[in-house]
Design a protein around this ligand. Structure first.
Ligand code: GAR
Length: 227
C-alpha cells in the first residue's frame, strides 16, 4: 500500500510535528510528510522540519486580503507538493470552505482541551482558570466551525488545584504527542468512517484506563502498539 502523502500545518514550536516525525522515523507511522507549512516565519517547527529534510513553506496570512485568498494559496502550494491529507498541529488559523473542499474528509486537528469545552485559542489557560479537575486533548476532523468537527480520539489527564497553566499545558502536551500520531495512523490506514457526528474506528480495541508512570490518563479509543 502506498504511503499517504500529508502536510503538517503549524504556527509555533512544533512539538506535535516532532512527535509525528519521530513516529515516521521509527517505522510506527507509515505516512509521507511532503511538507510542513507555517503561517509564521519564525516558527521553530520549521527548523525541526529542516533538520529532518522535510520541505517547508511559510505563507503569512497577513499578505492576503481575505481568508479565502490565503486558503487558496495554501491549497495551490500543497496540491503542487502532492499532498492528499492535512494534519493541523498547532496551526492557529480558522480555515474556510476553500481549504475544506480541497481535502474533503482528510483534515484533522489537535486541540488542547476536551472538546466541546474550551474551544478556541488558549484552551489550556481557560480550563486552568475555570478550575477543572480533569483536562486533556482532542483530535477531530475539521469542519466549517471552529474546533467542532467529529471527534476521533480524546485523552483525559488530571488538572491539579492551584498548579500553574504551564504545568497543565505540559501534561496535556505529553498525551497530545501520543494521540496525534495515532489518529494520523488511523487516517492513513483508512480506518476512520463517519456516522453522523460519530467517528467509527475499524478494529478498535476495548476501552482501558492507562496507568502512566507520571499520571493516570484515560484515552479513548485506546492507543495501539507503539503509541
Ligand atoms: C498544542 O498544544 C496544540 O494542541 C495547540 O497548540 C499547541 C501547539 O504546540 N493547538 C491549538 O490550540 C489549536 N486551537 P506545538 O507547536 O508544540 O505542537
Amino acid at each position: 500500500m502506498s504511503k499517504l502523502p500529508i502536510a503538517v500545518l503549524i504556527s509555533g514550536g512544533g512539538s506535535n510535528l516532532q512527535a509525528l516525525i519521530d513516529k515516521v522515523e521509527d517505522g510506527t507511522l507509515d505516512v509521507d510528510i511532503k511538507m510542513v507549512l507555517s503561517n509564521r516565519a519564525g516558527a521553530y517547527g520549521l527548523e525541526r522540519a529542516k533538520k529532518h529534510s522535510i520541505p517547508t513553506c511559510t505563507l503569512s496570512h497577513k499578505d492576503y486580503s481575505s481568508r479565502e485568498d490565503f486558503d487558496g494559496e495554501m491549497v495551490r502550494v500543497l496540491k503542487d507538493a502532492g499532498v492528499e491529507a492535512i494534519v493541523m498541529a498547532g496551526f492557529m488559523r480558522i480555515i474556510t470552505p476553500v481549504f475544506l473542499s480541497a481535502f474533503p474528509g482528510k483534515i484533522i486537528n489537535i486541540h488542547p482541551a476536551l472538546l466541546p469545552s474550551f474551544a478556541g485559542a488558549g484552551g489550556q489557560v481557560e480550563a486552568s482558570e475555570y478550575g477543572v479537575q480533569i483536562s486533556g486533548c482532542t483530535v477531530h476532523f475539521v469542519d466549517e466551525k471552529m474546533d467542532h468537527g467529529a471527534i476521533i480520539i480524546q485523552a483525559a489527564v488530571p488538572a491539579m488545584p492551584g498548579e500553574d497553566v504551564e504545568t497543565l499545558t505540559e501534561r496535556i502536551l505529553q498525551v497530545e504527542h501520543r494521540v496525534l500520531p495515532q489518529a494520523t495512523k488511523w487516517l492513513a490506514e483508512g480506518r476512520l468512517s463517519l456516522e453522523g457526528r460519530f467517528v467509527k474506528l475499524a478494529s478498535a480495541n476495548v476501552v482501558k484506563a492507562e496507568l502512566n508512570a507520571d499520571f493516570p490518563c484515560l484515552i479513548n479509543p485506546p492507543l495501539e502498539e507503539g503509541f
